[in-house]
Each structure stands twice: as structure tokens, then as C-alpha cells.
Design a protein around this ligand. Structure first.
Ligand code: GUN
Ligand code: ZN
Length: 497
């Protein structure tokens, strides 16, 4: 791997980075979104991509190679001139066609040389995108073939063109991880997670999350990761949270072709829209009625432009969230718009431990916005940290205030559980949480009490809580004396009557 990528900010597994593309003479800020250009079906001219915020595009060298006219022009003018785009250009190899049609008439060496000849900045060998539900034997066999092609790719002389090392492995997490480790140990440069398009087309975002996180475990932190075919803005926040640095969108054009309008929450059909729920120039200047009455080409053009605007708008929102450390809140907000993105978020939370390893120690205050927030990496980190404290004697853990009868007293707050009072204004304990806490928040707090108690077997603990549900109290070890502060008040009031 050449040293082309530098991480400049991190939030969980997400990062802002600088990706140097030597052949293009540019450095691209990641996460970046590459519009997909089908040279036979151009909807929005690539010369206009910078207006939307694109720094890089991806096109298919296989299509160009197999079309006599495009082939000749690409060799004569070069790809940048042919497409009218000065930024960085990535080329795919025909592997996708291989997956669709079963065979292609090129190989890794020939296609990489062709990509180099037409001036591509990032090339791709012919990897094998094994479909998601293939059995283990097929996945392993095809992965071995992909790996030998990556090794072949290392030996092709492509000058300063960067080369992708696609990571395959189907839905077998161990194979994905091995594939990633192998790819990382080649001298190739970028690491696309492959064959996830069928998963995304069927909205299986949980399987996407598992595949990407498995690949990430086999890659070093300095590896730029591309999610091949991730084009719907409803999943950009999730993709970034999984640690993806490059995304590509064919959706902006494909959806526009059949009157589909992208939003960060999902897809709308033009004929169901009475108003455009978007601030982009297209939506500000037109009504759905007007666009519907236009000719096919004009309508497709405007919808594609909106689709690009909404995609790059979401990408900027994602980058801002990473910088301020609020990406998980954005992922959660997007997750709650659609049951399938919620599955993706929950799969992400299953790997909180992995996210926690690269999460910064301090960021903007933690916002607890649903029961899922109780499983965020920040909560997990606090619980691990509790095992390193050693309070002594008779210790009160309370949602209320102190009490003279104890040697020491700590605060308790869901979802974190107990913490020394001195930490109450520090991250993440300065969290904004709902007054009407949910069961999951109390249960997580109870887990914190248990962790602290188990780490300090000789300390006596009393937990003074406010009406915690039974499901939370069951998680507190019996030797912790639990008292309900509010029940106490009620008893006093009764006694005073
Ligand atoms: N485009 C979408 N998925 C893939 C993949 O797995 N490999 C390649 N080369 N291109 C893709
Ligand atoms: Zn719009």
C-alpha cells in the first residue's frame, strides 16, 4: 500500500480524511461521493459535477473498452477530456458485468493496462463479486481467485495510477476479514468492499454493516475504504459510521430515469409528490406538477440534479457531524426513518466495542434519542471504565443527593449508571437525556452498577434510584441494597398524614 491517505478527524469508526490521488494531482477530502458515469447514458454532464460538490467520479473502463467509438476516443483524448472532468477519475473493471452476465472478455492485466492508457487515476482489477447468499465453499473458492488477481495486479506496471484491492467474502465475516487482511498486505492502494450491491438493493443494511465491519477488522486505520455501489443518501450516515471513506452513486441517474426522487429518508415517486420537500435550487424553482408535465429528457435531467443535490447535501451533513462528534445521532435519526436503516443501525451497535476503539474521548454532548442510544459505544466505554475505579467503605450510588451516613457518594444517571461526582460535567456524562427515560436506559444504568460492584467485591453499595423498572433492578446484584427514593418520599408523606 502506498501512503496516500491521512485521517484528520474521527468519530467512532467514521473519519474525515485526505486522500491524495497522485496521477490527478489532487487531494480529495473524504468521505467523498463519486457520481457514477455511464459513458453511454449521460444525464448530468460530468463538467457540471463540481457545482454539486463532486471531487471525483467513477466510470466503467469495461464499457469504454467494448464500445469501438468510446474506445478510440478514450485512447485519443484521454478519459478526463472525453468526459469533460478535471477531478480524479476512478475506473471499474467489468467485474460488475461479470456478476450480472456470468462472463466478460477481459482480464486483470489487460483491463488495468487499458485503464492506465486512457488516463484513469484509480484503476480496478477483475475481482469476483460473489453473490451474498452463495455457500461458503463457493465464496472461499472465488475469494481465492480474487486474491490471485490482486497479486497479479501488483505486478502490472501502471505508473502512478492507484489501484483498488476489492475485498470480497460474501456474508461470511471471517472470510471478509481474511480477505481484507490479504488485500491490505498487497501493495495496492484503496479497499472497496465488494458485492454488497445486491444487499443494498434489497435494503439489507444489517448485512452490509456486518460485512463492512468485518472487512474493517482486517484493514489498518490508514486504509481508505470504498463501499462499492452505496448510492442512496438514506444510508450515507450509516456508511460513514461503518468507516467507509468513498461512496459512489449510480442511483442519482438510475432513479431519475423512472421518476424517482431521492430523500434522506427514502425514495418518493414524482407522481406522489404535491410539494418538493427539499431546499435545492431545482426544488426551490419548480413544483412537482411542473416537472411532471415536462418532456422526458428535461424531467430526467431535473430529477437527476435534485438527486445529486440531496446526496451531496447529506454528505456535507455527515462530514459536519463527524467533525463535531455527533454522527451517531445522525445515524440514529436516519435509522428511525426506515425499518431497514434501523436494522443497519442495530447491527452497527452490535459492534459498539469495535467502534469504541477509535472513538475520541470527548466530543459535543451525547444526545440520548431512543432506546437504541443505550447501546452506543460511549455507554460501553463508561462501563469498561467503571471496572478501574475502586471506591471504598460504604458507598451510596444515587439519582438524588448525598447522605451523611456513607463514606462516599456517587451520582447515578441512565444510561451510564454510577460515576464519581467530579465527572458530572465531563463527556459523556454531561449527556442530554430524556426526563421520561425508557427501560433500555435504566437497564444499561443497572449494568453499570453491576460492573462497578463486581469490580469492587469488598465495597458495600447502596443504590438510591427513582422508580427503576423491575427489569433494571433484576440486573443489579443482590448484595447492592436498592432503595427507591420516590417510594421513600411517598412513604414519608403517608406517615405524615
Ligand atoms: N461494483 C459494485 N460491486 C462491485 C464489486 O464487488 N467489484 C467491482 N469491481 N465493482 C463493483
Ligand atoms: Zn431538491
Amino acid at each position: 500500500m502506498r501512503e496516500v491517505f491521512e485521517v484528520t478527524a474521527q468519530d467512532g469508526a467514521a473519519r474525515i480524511g485526505e486522500l491524495a490521488i497522485p496521477r490527478a494531482g489532487v487531494t480529495v477530502e473524504t468521505p467523498t461521493l463519486m457520481p457514477v458515469v455511464n459513458p453511454n447514458l449521460i444525464t448530468v454532464a460530468p463538467s457540471r459535477f463540481p457545482e454539486f460538490g463532486a471531487e471525483m467520479l467513477i466510470t466503467n473502463s469495461y464499457i469504454i473498452n467494448n464500445d469501438p467509438d468510446l474506445h478510440e476516443r478514450a485512447l485519443e483524448e484521454g478519459l478526463h477530456e472525453m468526459l469533460g472532468f478535471d477531478g480524479a477519475i476512478m475506473t471499474d473493471s467489468g467485474s460488475f458485468q461479470l456478476a450480472e452476465y456470468g462472463e466478460i472478455d477481459t482480464d486483470t492485466e489487460a483491463i488495468l493496462e487499458f485503464q492506465h492508457e486512457i488516463g484513469s487515476d484509480v484503476g480496478t482489477p477483475v475481482d469476483i463479486p460473489t453473490p451474498p447468499d452463495a455457500g461458503r465453499e463457493q465464496v472461499a473458492r472465488e475469494l481465492a481467485e480474487t486474491q490471485s488477481r490482486l497479486e497479479l495486479a501488483e505486478s502490472v506496471d501502471v505508473g502512478d495510477m492507484l489501484v483498488n484491492a476489492p475485498v470480497q467474502g460474501g456474508t461470511f465475516e471471517d472470510l471478509r476479514e481474511d480477505a481484507a487482511r490479504h488485500a491490505y498486505n498487497t501493495d495496492l492502494d484503496l479497499f472497496p468492499v465488494g458485492a454488497v450491491v445486491p444487499l443494498m438493493n434489497t435494503y439489507r443494511y444489517d448485512a452490509v454493516a456486518d460485512a463492512v465491519l468485518a472487512a474493517k477488522r482486517g484493514l489498518g486505520r490508514d486504509a481508505p475504504v470504498h463501499l462499492f455501489g452505496a448510492g442512496h443518501p438514506m444510508m450515507f450516515a450509516l456508511a460513514a459510521a461503518l468507516g467507509c471513506d468513498l461512496l459512489d452513486s449510480a442511483a442519482y441517474a438510475i432513479y431519475a430515469r423512472d421518476d424517482r426522487y431521492l430523500t434522506v429518508h427514502g425514495t418518493e415517486h414524482l407522481d406522489s409528490l404535491h410539494y418538493f420537500p427539499c431546499d435545492c435550487p431545482i426544488c426551490a424553482e419548480h413544483t412537482p406538477d411542473e416537472v411532471e408535465r415536462m418532456g422526458d429528457a428535461a424531467r430526467e435531467q431535473l430529477l437527476a440534479e435534485h438527486n445529486l443535490h440531496v446526496s451531496f447535501g447529506e454528505l456535507r451533513r455527515v462530514k459536519q457531524a463527524i467533525k463535531e462528534g455527533s454522527l451517531m445521532e445522525l445515524v440514529e435519526a436516519r435509522a428511525h426513518a426506515h425499518p431497514r436503516t434501523l436494522d443497519g443501525y442495530r447491527a452497527l451497535l452490535d459492534h459498539s466495542e469495535q467502534l469504541e476503539a477509535t472513538d475520541p474521548a470527548a466530543k459535543d454532548p451525547f444526545f440520548y434519542t431512543s432506546a437504541d442510544s443505550a447501546r452506543r459505544p460511549e455507554v460501553l466505554r463508561h462501563h469498561k471504565r467503571l471496572e478501574r475505579f475502586d471506591p471504598e467503605g460504604d458507598v451510596l450510588l444515587t439519582e438524588g443527593s448525598g447522605n451523611d451516613g456513607f463514606d462516599d457518594w456517587w451520582n447515578v444517571a441512565p444510561p451510564f449508571g454510577p460515576y464519581p461526582r467530579a465527572l458530572s460535567t465531563t463527556y459523556p456524562l454531561n449527556a442530554e437525556t430524556p426526563t421520561r427515560m425508557d427501560r433500555a436506559g435504566y437497564e444499561a444504568a443497572a449494568d453499570g452498577v453491576r460492573r462497578l460492584a463486581e469490580a469492587n467485591p469488598d465495597t458495600a453499595f447502596t443504590l438510591a434510584h427513582r422508580d427503576w423498572p423491575e427489569s433494571a433492578l433484576e440486573r443489579v446484584p443482590p448484595r447492592v441494597d436498592a432503595v427507591d427514593i420516590d417510594a421513600g418520599d411517598a412513604a414519608d408523606e403517608t406517615a405524615g398524614e
